[in-house]
Design a protein around this ligand. Sequence first.
Ligand code: SF4
Ligand code: ZN
Ligand code: ZN
Length: 324
Amino acid sequence: MAKCSLCGNEAVATIRYARLKLCKDHFISFIQRKVKRTIDRYGLIERGHRVVLAVSSGKDSVCMADILVKLSKELAYEVVAIHLDLGIEGYSSKLRAAFVELCTRLNVVGFIIDVVELLGGMNVADLAKKLRRPICSVCGIVKRYLLNAVAEALNASSIATGHNADDMVCYIIKSFLNQDYAYMSKLTPKTCPVPGAVPRIRPLYEVYERETLIYCILRQIPYVHTPCPYAPRRSLDVELKRALSLLEEHSPGLKISFLRRFVRNASKYKQESAVYVQRCSYCGSISSSSKCAFCKITEKALGKPMGMEVKKKIEALIQNRDRR
Ligand code: SF4
Ligand code: ZN
Ligand code: ZN
């Protein structure tokens, strides 16, 4: 039986890059401390901030939520959890139930934003079908818009997402392969997708995917492990992650060193984003043109741009909750 390098109890995980074997308790505190260091190192959260936790109910976002709720007392910030119910048949209901269970367990305020309710009975799959566009690209527009709208309605300081170290290395390399430096410059621990929008923070920037899985299992946090039925099985992301895992196996810690070096140099990739100076003439959101992507797709699919209506519904949902 392997022993914990710190206390001699039975070890449950080996952290090769730190040359440690850890027991359950020491593994949990190792990951929590790592996230706290990331928050400090990159100035992700300040005292008095209100942080929106974007929880899909997959292992990464519930791990992020569990740790940020725990740290909120120590670092004196407020958290509000958000879940977007995309209305995907046989899938979204499981995510929603796990989210409700998580909020109860963490004793945190949670809001469910129901896409079908907001879009007059359409889910993201119906929307994509009507638009004849790939579902993930439509889903991405809807998710970005709704998350931002909720964060604005809550007057939040930032939106925390569950992207882990493996995701981030993969996105950075993919954007390099595509020579998309503007996107690459945004792949830092804290970023503002569009000037004027609510910043995104990635507290799991230095936590490996394998570590979020072990963390959720050890903490017995409710999460859904089945992937979305529309997730592509063989994508460049999947192949890149596989190749990068082999490199990490050969040189433990490679991904974290890469990410730290990347952050130091990321400003070099920044490009003038003069395109983002407009506001959507329908809903007032900051946009690269006079009509934001959400208003464009809803106008095409539903006959009218829905941004303003959706924002009002979200504000009403939040105010009703505040009044309770
Ligand atoms: Fe949306 Fe599913 Fe595609 Fe993810 S995989 S973007 S949840 S449709
Ligand atoms: Zn121990
Ligand atoms: Zn709009």
